[in-house]
Design a protein around this ligand. Structure first.
Ligand SMILES: Cc1ncc(COP(=O)(O)O)c(C=O)c1O
Length: 431
C-alpha cells in the first residue's frame, strides 16, 4: 500500500510511477492541452482501506464522509463495499452522492447550519436521517417535513464534551466548540421531538474531532451517548436504530515506506476497547473520511525553478496552496518525494530544499529543510498522503484552474476529473 523505491525509481502499491506518471502527463497534454499539477489516486489503496475497516470492525457500518474527497468515481468505488453509506454536509454533496449511485436510505446529512433549501431537497430525496445540531434546526426540520407531508429521520448530534489530542482547528467535541447539542439543551430537544409529528428519532451521533490517534476518546463518547440513549428510553422514546461515533480516525502523515505505519489510528485497539462496551442501539456507525482518502492520493507537481538562498535553495513547484491548503491552513506536514532511483537517495547525494508553490502568499510553502536528490527544472515532485482535504479544498485563487484528478488501477489510469478551463472559471462572470 505504501511506497517502495529501487533502481527503477518509485512504485506505489505495486504501480511503477516512473513509467505511469509520464504517460498521464502525455495524456493530459494531448487531450486537454494541460501541463499543470494533478491529483493521482490509487484504487488499490482505497480498496485496502475500506476492506480493513470492514474486517477490523466487523459489526459496524461506515458512512463515508465525502467532504474529505468527493470525486464521484471515488464515491462509487467506496460504495462497492456493502457496509458503506454516505455522510454529506451540503446539497452539492447530496447531488454527488446520488450521482455516484448512493441510496438515499444510506445517506445521512450532517452540518451545523443547513439551509431550508438543503433540508427540503434532502427530505424529498428520502435520506435516512438528518444529524440535527440545535433546537432551531429541529424546528425547521419539523416545519419543512410537514410542508411536504412526510416524516424526516433524525439523529441528534450531541456534543459529548470529550477532549482529544489533535490540532485545535479540528477538535469538535468540546463544550466550547460550535458543534452539537449540549446536555443543557436536551429537555427542549425532547419536547420538540415529542411535539413534532413529522420527526422520527433514529439515532444519536457525536464527532469529536479529526486526525485522532488514541481510541479511548471514542469509548468515552460512546459512554455519553449510551447514557443519553437510556435517558431517552426512560422518556418512552423507542429503541434507537443507530449510534454513530463520527469520523476522525487518524493516519500516519510521517511514514512513506512503512507497511506498518506507527502513527496511525489502530482499528484493532478500537475494536478491543469497544467490545468491552455495551451500545444502546441496533447498529454502530462510524463516518471515516481521511482514514480512507488521505493515503489514497498524491499531488503530482513539477519543479519550475530553483532559487538559490543563503541557507538552502528553494524549489519552486507548479502546485501550491490552491491545490493543497493543509500546510498553509494547519501547518500540516506531508512527505515530499521524487521519482529518483534508490542510489540517488544515498545520504551524501542529498541536498536540502525548501519546497514552495507559485502563489502570491508567504504561507504557500509545503516544507522547509527537506532532503532530496539534486533537483532541476521539470523534475517531478510528489506531495504524498494528499487525498484527504486536498482537491476538495482547492480554490481558484490567482485565477488558477482546478487541477485534474486521475485514478490509477494497477498499471493503467483513468482521468476522473478533467482540468478546469479558464472559460469555465470566467463563465459565471460574463453577465
Ligand atoms: C460530522 C463529521 N463526520 C465525519 C467527519 C470525517 O472526519 P475524518 O475525515 O477525520 O474521518 C467529519 C470531519 O470534519 C465530520 O465533521
Amino acid at each position: 500500500m505504501y511506497f517502495q523505491r529501487n533502481e527503477r525509481g518509485l512504485s506505489w502499491a505495486g504501480t511503477e510511477l516512473n513509467s505511469l506518471l509520464p504517460q498521464i502527463r502525455q495524456h493530459l497534454i494531448k487531450h486537454y492541452d494541460y501541463q499543470g499539477p494533478f491529483y493521482a489516486y490509487h484504487g488499490a489503496v482505497i480498496e485496502a482501506r475500506c476492506k480493513s475497516l470492514q474486517e477490523k470492525l466487523p459489526n459496524a457500518f461506515f458512512y463515508y464522509s465525502l467532504k474529505s474527497l468527493s470525486n464521484i468515481h471515488i464515491i462509487k468505488k467506496i460504495l462497492s463495499f456493502d457496509r458503506f453509506g454516505l455522510d454529506i454536509v451540503s446539497l452539492g454533496e447530496l447531488e454527488r452522492a446520488l450521482l455516484a449511485g448512493g441510496k438515499p436510505e444510506k445517506i445521512v446529512f450532517a452540518g451545523v447550519a443547513k439551509t431550508k433549501t438543503e433540508i427540503l431537497s434532502a427530505i424529498k430525496a428520502g435520506i435516512r436521517s438528518f444529524h440535527v445540531e440545535s433546537v432551531a434546526e429541529l424546528r425547521s426540520l419539523q416545519e419543512l417535513a410537514a410542508s411536504v407531508g412526510v416524516k424526516a429521520g433524525v439523529a441528534l448530534r450531541m456534543n459529548p464534551d470529550v477532549e482529544v489530542d489533535t490540532h485545535k482547528y479540528i477538535t469538535t467535541g468540546k463544550e466550547e466548540n460550535k458543534f452539537g447539542i449540549s446536555r443543557a439543551e436536551l429537555p427542549e430537544i425532547l419536547h420538540c421531538l415529542r411535539e413534532g409529528k413529522n420527526l422520527q428519532l433514529k439515532g444519536l451521533q457525536a464527532h469529536i474531532g479529526s486526525q485522532i490517534l488514541d481510541p479511548v476518546p471514542y469509548a468515552k463518547s460512546l459512554a455519553v451517548l449510551n447514557e443519553i440513549a437510556q435517558a431517552l428510553r426512560r422518556e418512552n422514546f423507542p429503541h434507537l436504530e443507530y449510534i454513530s461515533l463520527g469520523g476522525g480516525f487518524g493516519v500516519d502523515y510521517k511514514s512513506m515506506y512503512s507497511e506498518l505505519p506507527v502513527n496511525q489510528f489502530s482499528l484493532d485497539e478500537l475494536h478491543k476497547i469497544l467490545s468491552q462496551c455495551s451500545f444502546e442501539s441496533n447498529e454502530l456507525h462510524f463516518e471515516p473520511g481521511r482514514y480512507i482518502s488521505a493515503m489514497s492520493g498524491v499531488l503530482v507537481s513539477k519543479v519550475r525553478h530553483i532559487k538559490p538562498k543563503s541557507n538552502y535553495d528553494i524549489a519552486l513547484i507548479d502546485a501550491g496552496m490552491t491545490e493543497l491548503l493543509r500546510p498553509a491552513l494547519y501547518g500540516a506536514v506531508h512527505p515530499i518525494t521524487t521519482l529518483h532511483a534508490l542510489s540517488e537517495y544515498e545520504l551524501n547525494r542529498l541536498q536540502t530544499y525548501e519546497i514552495a508553490g507559485p502563489i502570491c502568499e508567504s504561507s504557500d510553502v509545503f516544507a522547509r529543510g527537506v532532503q532530496l536528490p539534486f533537483l532541476k527544472e521539470d523534475d517531478d515532485v510528489l506531495i504524498l498522503h494528499a487525498g484527504a482535504y486536498g482537491s476538495v479544498m482547492a480554490s481558484n485563487y490567482n485565477t488558477r484552474p482546478l487541477a485534474p484528478e486521475v485514478l490509477i488501477q494497477n498499471d493503467s489510469f483513468q482521468v476522473i476529473r478533467r482540468p478546469q478551463t479558464y472559460k469555465e472559471i470566467l463563465a459565471s462572470e460574463m453577465i
